[in-house]
Design a protein around this ligand. Structure first.
Ligand code: NAP
Length: 314
């Protein structure tokens, strides 16, 4: 079977893919554009796509698509129109679980960096402008014991909650579609109450029509002025221009962002602000995790090839 991997994965995963399939490789780190996607769907039995590949409804046009499986690399699949794929007889799988701990770690990185002004401090030292320790230099916010609100209490949300509770003695509240049974107190709150009561708010929902701009001007106005927003979910869960305005006007104290509404574009107005921590979508960016994700995507491809049930259908 022909497998097309849209962007080169770790060596370990590429070796296994070459051994298992007639592999069509793309020697580039850019995502698949529209024309290339359509071509890929015509020439490969299985496509292993990555974030940002153009797999919206317009990719699934015409008859005679050879592809029968999109074995997505990543848990988030908002770049794929799953219904349109299904209508063309194409199944979709993803890589849940493999990404959970690494992404929760990045959420805590952003929370701590923003609360403790670590990015700002690092820029000060690098610029040679640090004049030395003094008792009221760069005072940030204490994290231990504070209240963290998690929006989207799924795998990653719960991993953030565990870190916050066991590591930092934080009180955890959450907003999700269904109640969760956590091994420590975690209060389920409607979103407006969570926003109004928490010192830190972390977003961990999937991107979907329901979560598009879940956090906009109205929601930011419901947060406390000292509160910090962390987004490791997807950029368009937040209305980015409303967030910029809230940060510029000190309506909220800060934000820690791994994802952006028009990624990889990060507005100059956002980059100009000191009270934000900006990471380049590092959620799962470790060798181990990217290999685990790649192997999970290959497991789905191999199960499909061998006629077995798909381990991770979406
Ligand atoms: P998950 O286990 O499916 O969790 C998602 C949670 O969001 C679920 O608890 C779900 O509620 C909740 N939810 C969905 N729609 C909601 C809504 N409208 N309002 C409130 N809660 C809602 O997914 P996951 O593995 O934790 O991943 C979450 C997302 O993180 C992914 O979809 C992906 O976009 C993003 N992500 C980002 C990175 C990165 O590199 N920054 C890495 C990995 C993942 P129920 O449990 O009640 O269904």
């Amino acid at each position: 079977m022909k497998l097309l991997i849209s962007r080169t994965l770790t060596d370990d995963v590429m070796r296994r893919a070459r051994a298992e399939f007639d592999l069509l490789e793309r020697d580039t780190s850019t995502s698949l554009g529209r024309a290339e996607t359509i071509e890929a769907l015509h020439k490969a039995d299985i496509l292993l796509p990555t974030l940002g590949d153009a797999l919206g409804a317009e990719a699934f046009t015409g008859d005679g698509l050879r592809c029968k499986l999109l074995a997505n690399f990543g848990v988030g699949y908002n770049h794929i129109d799953v219904e349109a794929a299904r209508a063309h007889g194409i199944a979709v799988t993803n890589t849940p679980g493999a990404v959970t701990d690494a992404t929760a770690d990045i959420a805590m990185t952003l929370l701590l960096m923003t609360a403790r002004r670590a990015g700002e401090g690092e820029r000060l030292v690098r610029a040679g402008k640090w004049s030395g320790w003094h008792p009221v230099q760069m005072l940030g916010q204490h994290v231990t014991g504070k209240r963290l609100g998690i929006v989207g209490m799924g795998r990653i949300g719960q991993a953030i909650a565990r870190r916050a509770h066991f590591g930092f003695g934080m009180q955890v509240a959450y907003t999700s579609r269904s109640p969760k049974d956590m091994p420590f107190p975690a209060e389920a709150l409607p979103l407006p109450d969570l926003l109004a009561r928490c010192d830190f708010v972390a977003l961990a929902v999937p991107a979907s029509p329901e979560t598009h701009h879940l956090i906009g001007a109205r929601e930011l106005a419901q947060m406390q002025p000292h509160a910090v927003l962390v987004n490791i979910a997807r950029g368009d869960v937040v209305d980015e221009s409303a967030l910029i305005h809230a940060l510029q006007s000190h309506r909220i104290a800060g934000a820690g962002l791994d994802v952006y509404e028009f990624e990889p574009d990060v507005p100059p107005a956002l980059r100009a602000l000191q009270n934000v921590t900006l990471l380049p979508h590092l959620g799962t960016a470790t060798e181990e995790v990217r290999s685990a994700m790649g192997h999970m995507a290959l497991d789905n491809a191999i199960a499909f090839r061998d006629g077995h049930p798909l381990p991770n259908p979406v």
